[in-house]
Design a protein around this ligand. Structure first.
Ligand SMILES: Cc1ncc(C[n+]2csc(CCOP(=O)(O)OP(=O)(O)O)c2C)c(N)n1
Ligand code: SF4
Ligand SMILES: [Mg+2]
Length: 351
């Protein structure tokens, strides 16, 4: 973690959002990652997305595990709540925090090692439970922090920096998220800010488990020929299925598009996701179709990106459990300690 703070001074004419915050108000400490690391571009995209959504920083809780990727919450949203947990354990800590206080907006940031290796079980259960969160994996195909070992998302046949071939099958977190019921699934690339920023904005506006797999090249250990997570490889094999605009309910919805070229989907919070079709025949509301499309594209060596699946009528874990709306720390003693008579009633009901 870095404790190098950025200077507070900024240009007096820096634009502000309607809350009066400028982009600098959503930044964090100075990054200590390698120059050119994809993870820093994702941090910049998160800052841009939250600034544009005009979310007060104190309404966000950012959680992460361990890894270069999991260090990044220190480099953005310095005025938000933060919890750097244990390797692979971010999802359970996020779930607990979310159950205790549903009023915050939860942002989980993790790595491919953190979520597809040690934390695979935690990832799976947070997704299948429908925890209301935006879960971003900064996927570089290696354990960057511990010096470049293959991770579980490394493709079979891809080569390490020293030329060693990976013989294991890759875990595809997008396919797992789709199969386990995530209600928002996207894939993007740290080098494509135009795609990544709206995807993060849409995920943060979604109620339910929103997952974004972001390919994020590790310039130190996985950016060579033979890697399938290098900048060159991803640029050459990136096949976007759609382009996305996020229109918040305060923005005017202009209708200057040829009929049939866009689809508007309204989310729970009133935001409208405008999808511009790129791949003919791709339907982001068809979960089973998405799984088949992704598998076929993967067999051709393509990396499919964009908004891959969305259920705009999604429900979250609180809906399923029927939990109280008020955050637990704001409940009065009378609600938290209902007394001996209430306990006796519960015990009697169980006999
Ligand atoms: C319980 C535990 N096991 C192993 C480690 C060592 N370790 C730290 S980070 C890491 C992998 C990080 O990889 P990833 O999540 O892909 O993040 P990246 O550094 O690539 O962004 C490992 C194995 C640890 N810190 N804790
Ligand atoms: S080792 Fe790789 S993942 Fe870690 S900061 Fe450097 S480039 Fe980024
Ligand atoms: Mg990694």
């Amino acid at each position: 973690m870095t404790y190098i703070l950025k200077p507070q001074l900024h240009h007096p004419k820096l634009p502000t959002n309607s809350l009066g915050y400028n982009r600098r108000d959503y930044e964090g400490s100075v990054s200590t990652l390698c120059a050119g690391c994809g993870h820093d571009s994702i941090s910049a995209a998160i800052i841009q997305a939250v600034y544009e959504l005009e979310i007060p920083p104190h309404r966000i809780a950012k959680l992460s595990g361990i890894g270069c990727s999991s260090k990044t919450p220190d480099y953005f949203l310095g005025n938000s709540h933060g919890f750097n947990t244990v390797h692979g354990r971010m999802p359970s800590v996020l779930t607990g925090a979310n159950l205790a206080n549903r009023e915050l907006i939860y942002l989980g940031v993790s790595g491919d090692g953190d979520s597809a290796s040690i934390g695979l079980g935690q990832f799976a259960h947070a997704i299948r439970r429908g925890v209301n969160m935006t879960y971003i994996v900064e996927n570089n195909g290696v354990y960057g922090l511990t010096k470049g070992q293959f991770s579980a998302t490394s493709d079979r046949g891809s080569k390490s920096k020293r030329g060693v071939v990976n013989h294991d099958s890759a875990v595809d977190l997008v396919a797992i998220a789709l199969q386990l019921g995530a209600t928002f699934v996207g894939r993007s690339f740290s080098g494509d800010k135009d795609q990544l920023v709206p995807l993060i904005k849409a995920a943060l506006s979604h109620r339910g488990a929103a997952f974004i797999d972001t390919i994020s090249p590790c310039v130190q250990f996985n950016n060579h020929t033979g890697s399938t997570k290098s900048f060159d490889y991803v640029r050459e094999h990136n096949e976007a299925v759609n382009r996305l605009d996020v229109i918040m309910d305060r923005d005017p919805i202009d209708v200057d598009y040829a009929p049939g070229t866009t689809t508007d989907v309204t989310q729970h919070d009133g935001s409208v996701l405008r999808l511009h079709k790129v791949a003919e025949g791709y339907d982001p509301t068809d979960r089973v179709g998405a799984l088949g499309y992704l598998a076929a594209a993967q067999a051709r060596g393509e990396i499919v990106t964009g908004l891959l699946y969305l259920d705009p009528a999604a429900h979250d874990l609180h809906d399923a459990l029927g939990t109280v709306e008020t955050p637990l720390n704001a409940l009065p003693d009378a609600a938290l300690v209902p007394g001996a008579a209430a306990l006796a009633r519960i015990n009697a009901a169980l006999r």
